[in-house]
Design a binder for this molecule. Sequence first.
Ligand SMILES: C=C(O[C@H]1C=CC=C(C(=O)O)[C@@H]1O)C(=O)O
Length: 369
Amino acid sequence: MFSDGFTNRAASGDVSAPRFLLASGGDVLEARGALVSYRDTAAALAALHRSEQRIIVGAIPFDLDDRVALVAPEETAHRRVGRLDAGGALPPLVVTAQRPAPDEHLTRVAEVIRRIERGRLDKAVLARAVEFAAAAPVDPVRLARELARRDPAGNAFLADLSAAGGEYVGRFLVGSSPEVLVERRGAVVTCHPLAGTATRPDGLLDSDKDRAEHAYVVDAIAEVLAPLCDTLDVPPRPSLTRAGDLWHLGTVITGRLRDPGTTALDLALALHPTPAVCGIPRVAAARAIAEVEGPRGFYAGAVGWTDATGDGQWRVSIRCAEIAPDGRSLRAWAGGGIVAASDPATELAETANKLRTVLGPFDIEQWVA
Ligand SMILES: C=C(O[C@H]1C=CC=C(C(=O)O)[C@@H]1O)C(=O)O
């Protein structure tokens, strides 16, 4: 178990800067310092169940076999601010790499469609990354505030990944995720999965392809929650959810927890990775993603908090970028759910549209895809 209580500083060296931030609808939770750092979920869960810590915050990766970046912070501040102040100017960016190149993403989507047609998979989410060099250091807090300010729903997150150790020391994950993996308030559990995307709302609710892509996620979440809840409300049809310039199919699932000892982190770990970021069947989809795409790190994981009462919120870490320790480079990701009826060119365009959320605050040269 790793829990040595080291403290390392934000890229700016500013110890007063938050190392965790989760903003939504005008509510902001900020955390500073690290009393204890956890690299594995078992240690973090044990600390919560034994009430050793008041609150645990941070990020869990896409692959739960990888190290997590969770901390018990020195201090937290929960504020209702309405809207965060402007984050301030951010430096221009230049594209340095696309991983993979757009043409290769088309080939990979086609390969996943072939696997689906062969009957090995029903759905898999394929992602790509774009890397950028910044003209001056990008301040993670400034970016998070700017994302919250621009998003009509006020969503933004920031997580210092240092607790995961190794190459993650000094790195931050920053984004604006519209998707609630799970929230627990007392006995009430809420999930708001999103899957199925369009640039306009018209027709999205009637799209068979998007409805199929969405239904896999709702069914998988309901299957996990059913044994953990006394009552579970799963609306039969999705509704439209706006996320910046995009529209998604979304379903608000609510339940009443059977065992009050089941914390928000327990729930997040039971649900993750949902088919909104992985696929169906889960193991086959995770294998296809590992083979076709490679490791994802903290993209498509979850960012959030859980307190000693077990309450908390975990958001799916999408629409995000990782910032290098010196702030001079960024890697942004976006993915999309592939089902039998998917079209590679449409999927590539969808990833470009999704990348615009986290890149919106920057002036960017030479990036078209
Ligand atoms: C995987 C991502 O989005 C997910 C969430 C909403 C809609 C999605 C879709 O339509 O494919 C994805 O499941 C991403 O933004 O990188």
